[in-house]
Design a protein around this ligand. Structure first.
Ligand code: ZN
Length: 456
């Protein structure tokens, strides 16, 4: 962290107006962008794994329920839920950042279907898991197809990087040694070929895409390649995991539905009306990359432009792409639920002030929840920033000093974080590949086993 007033602080003490939060989030997005590598971020806030405690299954249960009713493609929507008890009895209150009536209705119908099945089904556990997963995948067709397309593109991209034969030269930059190289090449090509063959023909059928992903994940060559080749398969792992996620979520809610039947059984289900909050702002970014940075710096720190530009050289494509664009800021589900619960003094089930969500929280939501006086439980976070983020302000509470206080605190936190990020040595660097040292024995053993089976 840079110290206030230090000569390295480009950003700190620059903003005291909460309206400028948007500028800070644009800059945070810029620092996180690594061009041509859209799934890797030079983030200062890595994914948080929360400690195990007695509430962990309950919190995961709420996350999985939310996941099953979030149908749109990654990043487009988030669904959240609070389980509470009050005058009107047990209730699950959901929220989504999606404003389309048709999708909101589908979401509500689907979660009622899932809860009905969990309570009243006479099928076996496996049959019930399959039934809920299939219905959820069907409603999330576009999301599954999108993951499938990205998975195939990523596999083909890696395939092009791998030499045609084990004897090809020029692999030293990829692998730790020539010995490891020749063995990995054989197994890696086998895995890539079989994965692409399996995916061929499954692309127009989301159910088959999901079962194919499970098949790829179960193959022995995949299991050790992900260790052998480190972060090269980070995106492949991500998309395979996403395609399997409906079955994972379905199994989890089926498994825990009995345990939580007293808390959830017979609960009312409702969706927060999105018009209970003030609408997001329309924001147009300046027309070229330099002007975007000048807009972020404001009048008083314009002389820092060359310095900031130099640091953000790696993100020039991101700035060019987003300049001159107009967007409307969006309220995220967990922030909306937090503010609604706080203002209405909601009585959380188990007294556990956790907000379930279909995804880990973004940079701004994580900061918002941690600065909120509602004493909410920390959520998992992915740490990525979206500059269209908007604070939730309830229309029925016009004198909302709580939100103003939270935003002021967030502005201070983000400025400190930005200065630390801009001064950091990893700014704009891709994550290095993990070392392959120490894996050669394992590779040789698996290769020998495969040779004996006639697989290679
Ligand atoms: Zn968020």
């Amino acid at each position: 962290m840079s110290q206030p007033g230090s000569s390295n602080a480009l950003i700190q003490d620059l903003y005291d107006d909460t309206e400028d939060l948007h500028k800070l989030l644009v800059l945070k997005c810029t620092t996180q962008c690594v061009e041509k590598d859209y799934h890797k971020f030079a983030t200062s806030q890595p994914h948080r794994k929360l400690p195990n405690d007695e509430f962990r299954p309950w919190r995961r249960y709420l996350d999985k329920l939310s996941y099953l009713c979030d149908f749109e493609r990654a990043g487009h929507t988030v669904a959240g839920v609070i389980a509470h008890a009050g005058r009107r009895g047990k209730t699950l209150t959901f929220a989504t950042n999606c404003s389309q009536g048709r999708i909101r209705d589908m979401m509500l119908d689907h979660i009622k279907f899932v809860l009905r099945e969990l309570e009243g089904s006479r099928e076996t556990i496996d049959e019930l898991v399959e039934k809920i997963a299939i219905e959820s995948i069907e409603l999330s067709r576009r999301k599954a197809e999108d993951y499938g397309d990205k998975l195939k593109r990523e596999l083909k991209r890696i395939e092009k990087q791998i030499p045609k034969t084990a004897n090809s030269n020029g692999t030293a930059h990829i692998y730790a040694s020539r010995k490891a190289s020749s063995l990995i090449v054989v197994v890696e090509r086998k895995m890539l070929n079989s994965a692409l063959n399996l995916l061929q023909g499954a692309s127009s059928d989301p159910q088959r895409l999901c079962s194919t992903a499970a098949e790829i994940l179960s193959r022995p060559e995949y299991a050790y390649l992900k260790k052998a080749t480190g972060s090269r398969y980070i995106n492949v792992r991500h998309f395979l995991g996403r395609l399997r996620s409906w079955h994972v979520a379905s199994r989890y809610v089926v498994r825990y539905s009995k345990k939580f039947s007293r808390q959830i059984g017979g609960a009312r289900v409702e969706l927060l009306p999105h018009d209970m909050f003030h609408r997001g702002q329309t924001v147009t970014l300046p027309s070229n990359a330099d002007d975007v940075l000048l807009w972020i710096l404001g009048k008083h720190k314009q002389h820092f432009l060359p310095s900031l530009k130099g640091k953000l050289d790696f993100a020039s494509g991101f700035l060019e792409k987003n300049c001159n664009t107009t967007s409307v800021t969006i309220i995220h589900a967990e922030a909306a639920l937090a503010q609604w619960a706080y203002m209405n003094e909601i009585d959380f089930i188990f007294g556990d002030r956790y907000i379930g969500c279909s995804k880990p929280s973004c940079y701004a939501c994580d900061m918002y929840l941690s600065r909120h006086p509602g004493d909410f439980v920390q959520r998992p976070r992915h740490g990525n920033s979206w500059f269209k983020w908007c604070p939730p302000r309830l229309i029925e509470k016009p004198d909302d000093r709580t939100t103003s206080r939270i935003l002021r605190a967030m502005a201070v936190d983000i400025q400190e974080d930005l200065d630390a990020t801009l001064a950091g040595k990893d700014l704009g660097k891709r994550q290095p590949f993990e070392s392959t040292s120490g894996i050669e024995t394992t590779i040789r053993r698996i290769h020998e086993a495969m040779t004996l089976q006639g697989d290679v």
